[in-house]
Design a protein around this ligand. Structure first.
Ligand SMILES: NC(=O)c1ccc[n+]([C@@H]2O[C@H](COP(=O)([O-])OP(=O)(O)OC[C@H]3O[C@@H](n4cnc5c(N)ncnc54)[C@H](OP(=O)(O)O)[C@@H]3O)[C@@H](O)[C@H]2O)c1
Length: 231
């Protein structure tokens, strides 16, 4: 293991934050594998069979997964008054369930090697008042924290750490497509640190969590929000 390059699987690695995570993990010596609808391993994470097939493909091609980062997400704004069960289920399948299929496929190998890292990309919506228009999204990001804490306890004895990063409103095309004009700039004024959050802020935190320096850190969320949670 010491001399073998670690394989890091990144869902949503084609996105703004995901591609920054890929860059950060590669810069810290990982071989990255991106899972997504237009990625190296093509899959639709809304589908159980596609998610499980993608995990099998990773193992067939690379023989292992040492680091799993789950960054894929759907936002799909939907207040309670417009609740739609099919859309809710699709969002939950992408944001939460797909990570379970991937973790289930990769944890036996991680356990057998005594090393594994699972990092979920949640959101700061659990620390700041959530926007009612994002009911499924906010719920999915909270569910992810329950999964994270549970898996951290389940697999800690096997050398697998399970953590989350919760970005604040980060300047990405997705964020700009779902918030009003000027919202990102307005949030910056409420942060302790008066600068926009960038994908690299989340990415460098993920790289730290995947590193040997973070080996005693599990079951925790690092909130990368410029300090807005203190308000
Ligand atoms: N930007 C923010 O302000 C912010 C704040 C807090 C948390 N976050 C979280 O950070 C992560 C990245 O956000 P972002 O702003 O960088 O968004 P993004 O660029 O839209 O990235 C989303 C990713 O999810 C993937 N994805 C969506 N549906 C999928 C499906 N059915 N199957 C496979 N992959 C799917 C997309 O890949 P393909 O389209 O290639 O399939 C894309 O790479 C998300 O988890 C988001 O919730 C973002």
């Amino acid at each position: 293991m010491a001399n073998e390059q670690r394989i890091a699987v990144v869902t949503g690695g084609s996105g703004a934050i995901g591609s920054a995570i890929v860059t950060a993990l590669e810069a810290t010596g990982h071989r990255t594998v991106v899972l997504g609808r237009r990625s190296e391993i093509s899959c639709d994470l809304a589908s159980e069979s596609s998610a499980r097939q993608a995990a099998a493909e990773v193992l067939a091609r690379y023989g292992r997964c040492d680091v799993l980062v789950h960054g894929a997400a759907l936002v799909d704004p939907m207040p309670l008054s417009e609740f739609d069960l099919d859309r809710w289920r699709t969002l939950m399948a992408v944001n939460v369930e797909s990570a379970l299929w991937l973790a289930r496929a990769f944890t036996p190998g991680m356990a057998s090697r005594g090393f594994g890292r699972i990092v979920f990309i949640s959101s700061d919506g659990q620390w700041t008042p959530p926007n009612g228009g994002f009911l499924p999204y906010v719920t999915s990001k909270a569910a992810m924290l329950g999964v994270m804490r549970t898996l951290a306890v389940t697999y800690g004895g096997e050398g697998i750490s399970v953590t989350a990063v919760a970005p604040g409103l980060t300047d990405t095309p997705l964020a700009r497509s779902v918030v009003e004009d000027g919202a990102i700039e307005a949030v910056v004024t409420r942060q302790a640190m008066k600068r926009p959050l960038l994908p690299e802020d989340t990415a460098s935190t993920v790289a730290f969590l995947a590193s040997d320096g973070a080996q005693a850190l599990t079951g925790q969320v690092l909130v990368v929000d410029g300090g807005i949670h203190m308000r």
